[in-house]
Ligand binder design. Structure first.
Ligand SMILES: Cc1cc2nc3c(=O)[nH]c(=O)nc-3n(C[C@H](O)[C@H](O)[C@H](O)COP(=O)(O)OP(=O)(O)OC[C@H]3O[C@@H](n4cnc5c(N)ncnc54)[C@H](O)[C@@H]3O)c2cc1C
Length: 257
């Protein structure tokens, strides 16, 4: 550990599937961050700390940090993190980073967020923070739609919470879509990959290129495909924000909806 790190204790973990879980940490000092940012989490290795960036799903108001994590088979850190029970200690950088933050400056009204599985984490932080502002009486002058793609419904992580927030607030729309509906009997929501359904919702919601900021997070293949599609549809490159969780062209994992 260096002065750039602090200790954090695991306070809870919620397993969604054998490879996906939601982890909460209490850092020894409050981490300052803007919703949408990530922070490096690490564990000591034989000679140095092994650390990886993870998007923060909690709101900055929350004294704990929440993460939505995938265990990547053969990975150096995530399988180790997965084994840790409540009460274990990890290291967290004192500084959060990242530019995938909610755009309040461009003056654009419409915000279209697209995530694959754990890529929803930064948007959960943004929506929770906006919902807290709305709860405190603020008027939210935006229209926000979150398109969340996964293979199966149990991979969404925040299905109930986001569905409830969408029911409560007319500025927010949550669209979960499953790419393997044959493995989800009873699923009545949207079907198809993010790339397949994005255009339908942009049209349906009336989100026009000149009024919309697009945020893409998670699987690099989704990001590359959807960015190409959006550029062809007239969206400006500068109005498309991206956070790739692993390099484009790398082999895809089991949750690559
Ligand atoms: C800005 C940023 C934010 C991130 N936020 C999250 C997050 O909120 N939740 C989360 O689970 N991960 C997130 N990641 C990915 C995370 O940082 C690690 O890459 C991941 O946990 C794998 O680390 P590892 O040490 O287990 O595997 P490594 O040993 O680092 O990598 C093994 C291989 O798996 C690839 N890989 C990495 N992630 C995946 C994946 N999900 N599916 C398939 N292949 C993958 C790597 O490119 C590499 O080829 C984020 C990455 C970035 C850059």
């Amino acid at each position: 550990m260096t002065s750039a790190h602090m200790r954090a204790v695991i306070t809870s973990r919620r397993e969604l599937t054998p490879d996906l879980w939601i982890l909460r940490l209490r850092p020894e000092q409050k981490l300052e961050f803007v919703p949408g940012q990530y922070v490096a989490v690490g564990l000591p290795g034989p000679s140095r700390l092994t650390e990886r960036p993870y998007s923060i799903a909690s709101s900055p108001h929350d004294p704990e940090l929440e993460f939505f994590l995938e265990r990547v088979e053969g990975g150096e850190l995530s399988p180790q993190l997965y084994e840790l029970p409540v009460g274990s200690e990890v290291y967290v950088r004192r500084q959060a980073r990242g530019r995938l933050v909610f755009d309040r400056n461009s003056g654009r009204r419409d915000h279209f967020m697209v995530a694959t599985v754990t890529g929803v984490a930064p948007f959960v932080s943004m929506i929770r923070t906006l919902a807290a502002e709305a709860q405190a009486g603020a008027v939210i002058p935006y229209r926000i739609a979150l398109l969340h793609a996964a293979s199966r419904p149990e991979e969404f992580g925040y299905l109930e919470e986001l569905t409830e927030l969408a029911r409560r607030y007319d500025w927010f729309r949550y669209i979960p879509t499953v790419s393997r509906p044959w493995q989800a009997p009873g699923w009545e929501g949207e079907r198809g990959r993010a790339e397949d359904v994005a255009r339908k919702y942009l049209d349906q919601l009336g989100f026009r290129p000149e009024e919309t900021v697009v945020y893409l997070c998670g699987n690099p293949n989704m990001i590359v495909n959807l960015e190409g599609l959006l550029l062809r549809a007239g969206f400006d490159a500068h109005a498309i924000r991206r956070e790739m969780y692993w390099p484009s062209g790398a082999p895809v994992g089991p949750h690559s909806a």
